[in-house]
Write a protein that binds this ligand. Structure first.
Ligand code: HEM
Ligand SMILES: [Cu+2]
Length: 659
């Protein structure tokens, strides 16, 4: 088996050629810049080898934002192609590749890293802990995610992109119909990133169960902690299914087995079932933490305890159980009996009940609250009506008989973007505006934030609303073009214009990050929003050991009550004890690199070389086993100095440029 060397680089497409040159130049520029400004040492010791959940969280967020650029450009290219009938900006093959990489990247390398990044940064602080349960494992999760993302992303310049959709259904995704190596990138890169995600799930289940500070019972946990906890359980339950499915895919494509090929005695529907047994819970994996962030943000800016806390928790648990029982709604039209379809119709519609409960809880939390219209709150407000459109069209799709009409049309594409963008992307933006001061010690600019908000929300609706009507008129998804007689032209054009507005909104965010990093006020105190949960009881930006002494919790919204009851005593010198923290380690990043190399070789089906490279993985495990590093201690005087410095300026009140 071998790949011809002349097929190694993707050639013949001017767009891709330009990107190749662009990427090469950027790489050379970045490497030269880092060397010239002597930043390697800093990067290595402060970031690449860190095991600090806060830094790992920030790196996840960086990956997510960069990948959003890539996934967004894919989206814009598709909208450009379909803006007018019979366009030839992208040909059929290129369009297939673009919607495949767009879908995979948006879900696995945008939504997941951004959410896991925020979880990483916030959850240990919210539960009053010094870190996650397994800090080294956390770093390994991150570097495997980077490794998978890097491998997946190079496919379009080296070897060729996967092109069988983000669902990669067999038989299309098999060797017979996709003989190139593009789909190997899907199988191998997602395997590596998935392993990282699974470890994150395990880590956060243990962290929430074992690391909560004194007094924080389960029913006193902030809602973001609750949803992250349940999400982690869903990860642990569902990711292994994907692991198995991808492994079988690799066997079929690379080693000639026939798990999914009918002619060889396998079953293509086995893939569809395994994929969606993971894929549907995956939707909740991205949406639940987002719900949790919104809950905390809404209660902060409505200045009220979350309405119906208990019903909220019950709803999340119900959603998590139901999420494992609905997967067949993704293929109502692929030959199930009426009985099977009815069962899955009903379970699917049942999800609307707990979800509806949550929507009413958010509305009641805001009712009679003195709402502060910060940018973070605007995202939360816009979430409600937009997400409801996604939810209601979801119930329409859940009716199996009706789905025969909607299936594989742009109606579906509009539906899931109305779920994923208001339900995941809006909350992530809300979370970034909300926690940015905790992460970096300054706020994102609220005025640019409002530009970001309005452009993005208007652009989003102009892009995706027409797709509902196009879909009802019969426009199919994943089609690279259509004839003028269909009459799709005008709505397609409106939708394309919308995507440009949307992109301008995203550009405003990027500009905001740049502007605020340079110009924002650094003197903002530790609690600029008058918030309610424990992460705001720390310094801004957070001191590396999080809490000098671990806080004790008596109520929900612990920090709020501490403030109201004046329990925020300054620490005295004799209350301070030495703090034990884990040391940095090179092993996680090393593992990311060897997994990446081994995966790359496997993608190219150089199996012996891949096996040899995998020895490097075993070596990493061995090093880890013999690593007796016991961590280090932060000394009392250092803690005392840090603490007195920020506490002097603490609780300056709300000095945040928000009127
Ligand atoms: C930001 C602006 C976005 C634009 C302009 C956009 C546009 C599109 C378009 C045009 C398609 C393909 C339609 C077709 O079937 O021909 C598509 C598919 C898809 N999008 Fe997006 N999208 C955006 C954001 C997102 C986000 C944030 C997510 C997920 C978090 C997402 C997930 C997906 C998925 C999973 C598919 C299906 C891919 C497939 O058919 O295999 N998109 N998008
Ligand atoms: Cu589903």
């Amino acid at each position: 088996m071998g790949i011809k060397w002349d097929e190694f680089f993707v050639t013949g497409d001017p767009l891709i050629f330009a990107s190749q040159i662009g990427i090469a130049l950027t790489l050379v520029g970045a490497l030269a810049g880092l060397t010239y400004f002597k930043k390697w040492n800093y990067l290595w010791s402060e970031w690449f080898t860190t095991v600090d959940h806060k830094k790992i969280g920030i790196m996840y967020i960086l990956v997510g934002v960069v990948m959003f650029l890539r996934g967004g450009i894919d989206g814009l290219m598709m909208k450009g192609q379909t803006a007018v009938p019979e366009n030839d900006f992208l040909n059929a093959q290129h369009y297939n590749e673009v919607f495949t990489t767009h879908g995979v990247i948006m879900i696995l390398f945008v939504a997941m890293p951004l959410l896991i990044g925020l979880m990483n940064f916030v959850i240990p602080l919210q539960i009053g802990a010094r870190d996650v349960a397994f800090p080294q494992l956390n770093a390994l999760s991150f570097w495997l995610t980077v490794s998978g993302a890097a491998l997946f992303n190079i496919s379009f310049i080296i070897g060729g992109s996967p092109d069988a959709g983000w669902t990669s259904y067999f038989p299309l995704a098999g060797k017979e119909f996709s003989p190139g190596i593009g789909n190997n990138f899907y199988a191998v890169a997602l395997q590596i990133a998935g392993a990282g995600t699974l470890m994150t799930g395990i880590n956060f289940v243990v962290t929430v169960l074992k690391m909560r500070t004194k007094g924080m019972t389960l029913m006193k946990m902030p809602m973001f902690t609750w949803t992250s906890f349940i999400t982690s359980i869903i990860i642990v339950a569902s990711f292994p299914i994907f692991t198995v499915a991808l492994a079988l895919m690799t066997f079929d494509r690379t080693f000639g087995t026939h798990f999914f090929t009918i002619s060889g005695g396998g079953m293509d529907m086995l893939w569809a079932n395994l994929f969606w047994l993971w894929g549907h819970p995956e939707v909740y994996i991205v949406v639940l933490p987002a719900f949790g962030m919104l809950s905390d943000i809404i209660s902060t800016f409505a200045r009220k305890t979350l309405y119906g806390y208990k019903s909220m928790v019950i709803s999340i648990v119900m959603i998590s159980v139901l999420s494992m029982l609905v997967w067949v709604h993704h293929f109502f039209t692929m030959g199930n009996s009426a009985g099977v379809n009815s069962f899955f119709s009903i379970t699917t519609m049942a999800i609307a009940i707990p979800t509806g409960v949550k929507v009413f809880n958010w509305l009641f939390t805001m009712r009679k609250g003195r709402i502060k219209f910060t940018t973070a709150m605007l995202w939360a407000l816009a979430f409600v009506p937009n997400f409801v459109i996604g939810g209601v069209t979801g119930v329409m799709l859940a009716m199996a008989a009706a789905d025969y009409q909607y299936h594989n049309t742009l109606f579906l594409v509009a539906h899931f973007h109305y779920v994923l963008i208001p339900g995941v992307v809006f909350p992530i933006f809300a979370g970034l505006y909300f926690w940015w001061p905790k992460m970096f010690g300054y706020m994102l600019n609220e005025k640019i934030g409002k530009w970001h908000f309005w452009l993005f929300v208007v652009g989003f609706n102009v892009t995706f609303m027409p797709m509902f009507f196009l879909g009802l008129d019969g426009a199919v998804r994943r089609a690279y073009t259509y004839s003028a007689e269909t009459g799709f032209g005008p709505l397609m054009m409106i939708s394309a214009v919308g995507s440009v507005i949307l992109a301008a909104g995203f550009a405003a965010l990027v500009y905001n990050i740049y502007w605020s990093a340079r110009n924002a006020d650094r003197n903002i105190g530790n609690d600029p929003w008058d918030a309610r949960t424990l992460e705001w009881a720390t310094a801004t930006p957070v001191q590396h050991y999080n809490f000098a002494s671990l806080p004790e919790v008596t109520k929900l919204d612990a920090f709020w009550h501490m403030k109201k009851n004046n329990q925020l005593q300054p620490l005295s010198e004799d209350e301070i004890e030495e703090i034990h923290l884990p040391s940095n380690t090179w092993i996680p990043i090393y593992m990311g690199v060897v997994f990446g190399i081994s995966g790359f070789l496997l993608v190219f089906e150089w199996t012996i070389a891949a096996g040899v490279a995998a020895i490097g993985i075993l070596a990493g495990l061995a090093f880890r086993s013999f690593d007796y590093d016991e961590g280090f201690h932060v000394h009392k005087d250092e803690i005392f100095e840090t603490e007195s410095k920020w506490r002097k300026g603490a609780n300056k009140g709300v000095k945040n440029h928000v009127s």
